[in-house]
Design a protein around this ligand. Sequence first.
Ligand code: AMP
Ligand code: MN
Ligand code: MN
Length: 327
Amino acid sequence: MFDTLDQVIARIGEGQRFLVIGHIRPDGDDISSVASLVMILRKAGKVAEGCIADGDSPFLERLDRTQVIKGVDALRDYAYDTAITVDASELARIGTAAELLEGRAPDITLDHHKSNLGYGKINFCDPAHAATAMIVYEIGEQLIEFDKELAEMLLLGIATDTGFFRYASADERVFAYAARLVRDGADIGRITEAVLEHRTLNEIRLVTAMLGTLQLSADGRLATAYVTAEMIEHAGCTDDDTSGLIGEIRSIAGVEVAVMFIESPKGTVHISLRSKNTVDVSEIALQFNGGGHARAAGCSCAEVKLEDLMKAVTAAAEGAIDAAFPC
Ligand code: AMP
Ligand code: MN
Ligand code: MN
């Protein structure tokens, strides 16, 4: 089902006009992978545009790279011969950007999710890569010379998907690539500030409200919490401000699995799952039509009652914890 990076490079060689598409609820790796691949393709003499269907990509603005990623409407008349999705395990993950494909499968998919469905014509997916940006790095390395801007954009994805080099996924290759990118001019301080030090007072208010819903169960190994659409609105926040919430409860001592329920808009719930060492949370997400990695997974459910969903997911998480820690 999966192809080699050489096949990907050969197919890129055949294309002239590229559309690079990332996933909805974009994270740093997604933004990095789309922006870096567009920069690489342009440097290689191709025409390339990047698209993410929702989210304003705030890091991009802070890293002075706003011109590389556009919304769906800005690209409706853009003619391309090669569509590439990045960091998206299935077509549904690209949201309304799928409209730009007009029913065709993407020509290339590049990903590192265990749950990847191989939905493109050529598919490269390797969960041993800590970030999709590392796959983009390997493609770039074969096509062009890295400059400071590209190096920094690539490092954004590697830094964010490894929790700023804190997770077990931060292996030797992660540090080797990061070292090379720093040598090429990437400034990790700028990335850290752009991603971690831009919290607003409203986001802190939302964290405070969320902490009021925190519950521990399964002998303290499971932490769950939620924010409702009303709580988000009351704090003056949007959906974009909710991605950091899960980290707050994952960090509790003794917690192995953290689950955050984010209702936004009303009737639609996004569930973020994280684990520390043992439980594969992608297995839990799969039960609710989501997916992801062993340590970070998610799913989104429409037309559900938050309470009912919380009961079902909490029970599934408790079951997974019981299986992982038999007493
Ligand atoms: P999040 O909790 O939204 O930060 O997502 C964590 C990880 O779970 C992401 O990197 C994705 O790999 C995966 N993920 C999130 N939402 C979904 C979904 N609806 N379907 C499949 N995978 C998802
Ligand atoms: Mn991602
Ligand atoms: Mn990723």
